[in-house]
Ligand binder design. Structure first.
Ligand SMILES: CC(C)(COP(=O)(O)OP(=O)(O)OC[C@H]1O[C@@H](n2cnc3c(N)ncnc32)[C@H](O)[C@@H]1OP(=O)(O)O)[C@@H](O)C(=O)NCCC(=O)NCCS
Length: 197
């Protein structure tokens, strides 16, 4: 059974899905102030897990441009970039869950990336969001496969993907540039149980 429902889009959003405790929304550029506030608040917490960003990345004008680009990718079916908020405080962003580089044709696959507000960790929010997001992508994008790449020492993130049913498929050496250097990643994959082999 799907662990989400599609609801009326939140203010500033063009798509919102709801889980037990969260809204997952694809936002328009007008939400740049809220996105920037979330990113600034978590800049040092996220730093060891993301690519290096210059100071201008943490400005409203730059985030407006990113949201515009995200929206273009959403419209041409190459990315679904959700922003997370709690149902009791829908206007405050507490995380990001992005299904990116969607490939159609014979592959029907995408990558997934995520991060949460430091203050909201350890309450099962990302597990809830990832389960719902994968259900949505399997149902509405008919993906066959979703790939998550996690650094070997990132035990929290490995716990999240494993709780969501992802299976370890390999180990990629010097795979992705994180915090200024190419770092090894464990490759996890979730296959769509509804798609015929
Ligand atoms: C990874 C991250 C998204 C997890 O979000 P979250 O909402 O706290 O995740 P959840 O609460 O759903 O699950 C976290 C799990 O990690 C487990 N965990 C916490 N600390 C741990 C540790 N030191 N070692 C192993 N597991 C740990 C928790 O017990 C929990 O599992 P449980 O529910 O079975 O107890 C969050 O920590 C984050 O944003 N980290 C920085 C960015 C990042 O790492 N992104 C992912 C890159 S691949």
């Amino acid at each position: 059974m799907a662990r989400f429902e599609i609801v009326n889009p939140l203010s500033g959003s063009c798509l919102t899905i709801k889980t037990k405790r969260l809204y997952l929304s694809v936002y328009k550029p007008c939400m740049a102030p809220e996105v920037t506030s979330y990113l600034v608040r978590n800049r040092s917490f996220h730093k060891p897990f993301t690519q290096v960003h210059k100071d201008r990345y943490f400005t409203i004008s730059e985030q407006k441009a990113y949201l515009k680009s995200d929206l273009g990718q959403y419209k041409n079916n190459t990315q679904v970039g959700f922003w997370l908020s709690r149902i009791e405080e829908p206007g405050k962003i507490i995380g990001r869950l992005s299904f990116y580089s969607i490939i159609g044709g014979a592959m029907m696959t995408s990558f997934v990336g995520y991060h949460i507000d430091e203050a909201c960790q350890g309450q099962g929010y990302m597990t809830e969001a990832l389960q719902a997001g994968c259900d949505f992508m399997f149902k509405y994008y008919r993906l066959h496969r979703i790939q998550a790449d996690v650094m070997p020492h990132n035990e929290k993130s490995q716990a999240v993907v494993e709780k969501c049913g992802f299976v370890k498929m390999g180990y990629n050496i010097r795979y992705m540039e994180i915090d200024g250097k190419y770092q090894d990643h464990v490759m996890y994959v979730l296959l769509n149980p509804e798609v015929e082999p």
